[in-house]
Design a binder for this molecule. Structure first.
Ligand code: FE
Length: 335
């Protein structure tokens, strides 16, 4: 694997004279460290990077409206469930790349090369160490009546909640997944509301004893000031669920080539650059995520969460079951 990444870097360094021009990126993900991500690529290849930042759904609509006339080469967003929406909208192209295939584990990229996971997050259980002596150890535990009135989550229409339930459907089947959603709803401390950080803030304020959130929201509060959270994190414990079973539910920030990319060669070079060691560090650290490429260093706040076993479910399944997941949430009245 390491050989291929080095080979990719060598290609980038060796070809600036051949590969100039530009690459146009539509991204719903932007962090300070992403600046270095783009300038390093330009320095290595001579290819200029133009970027448009907007929400994922807005960018998908824009790509659809622009059609063949779209200047976009690359689409970047978070959550494989959102990439599935882009795929359904017909705005993604396909890339076959030995570099990407060697660097990214198969379950973290689309089987036909429609999108590639470039950083990873886990959706895990956080809890108040003073109030919860025996925290849930599995996703199934979240539906156990002994946690009645203790759990906080965001709303069911959120993509993270849809992908989590889609993974339950993929593992346990629809009936079990529905019973789980019903049980979780019965255990809620309040109506679903806010973002993941708000669930963690709920532990600090005492409104929630248990919260479901993505790892990077917590890691971020260890690294920099997050209102209502930083300074109070000693009170919060966390569990990577299903460590004796399938492993913790993970998802990705992902990149894809667009269906009508006008600078296709440059776009492929950019995608391959994203799995180089330097780019992996920028990309993952920008959002306190895990790199997808083995052996790349993670930030100290992320490292502090400890090692865990990740679910190896193919993430394209999260899209496959997304519609059913929303139906199930609706059927059980999960707001
Ligand atoms: Fe997020």
């Amino acid at each position: 694997m390491r050989f291929h990444i080095l080979a990719a870097a060598a290609v980038l360094v060796a070809s600036p004279a051949l590969a100039d021009g530009e690459v146009n990126i539509y991204t719903s993900r932007h962090y300070d460290t992403d600046e270095s991500l783009y300038t390093d690529f330009t320095a290595a290849t001579g290819i200029e990077v133009n970027r448009i930042d907007a929400g994922a759904d807005e960018l998908i609509e824009r790509l659809k409206a622009e059609g063949e006339a779209s200047p976009a080469d690359i689409f970047i967003t978070t959550d494989a469930g959102r990439m599935w929406r882009a795929e359904q909208a017909g705005v993604l192209g396909t890339v076959q790349s030995d570099v990407l295939d060697a660097a990214i584990p198969a379950h973290l990229r689309h089987p036909e090369g429609k999108w590639f996971g470039v950083s990873l997050r886990a959706r895990i259980i956080f809890y108040d160490k003073e109030r919860v002596a025996e925290p849930p150890q599995t996703y199934a535990d979240l539906a156990d009546p002994k946690y009645k009135g203790l759990i906080c989550t965001r709303s069911s229409s959120n993509i993270y909640m849809l992908s989590l339930l889609a993974s339950r459907i993929a593992h346990d089947g629809e009936e079990a997944a529905k019973a789980w959603a019903e049980g979780l709803k019965a255990n809620l401390a309040r109506d679903p509301q806010g973002g993941d950080t708000d669930q963690l803030r709920g532990i600090v304020s005492g409104e929630c004893a248990i919260a479901v959130a993505n790892t990077y929201y917590f890691a971020r509060s260890l690294r920099k000031e997050v209102d209502g959270l930083t300074g109070s994190t000693d009170q919060i414990g966390w569990v990577f669920p299903d460590q004796e079973g399938a492993g913790a539910h993970v998802n990705v920030s992902a990149a894809a080539i667009t269906a009508h990319s006008p600078n296709r060669d440059n776009a492929i070079l950019f995608l391959e650059y994203l799995v180089s060691q330097g780019a992996q560090e920028y990309f993952a650290n920008g959002n306190d995520e895990y790199p997808v490429v083995a052996g790349v260093a993670m930030s100290s706040s992320v490292q502090g969460l400890g090692e865990f076993k990740a679910d190896k479910l193919g993430l394209e399944k999260l899209g496959e079951f997304q519609t059913r997941a929303q139906e199930i949430y609706n059927e059980v009245g999960y707001e």
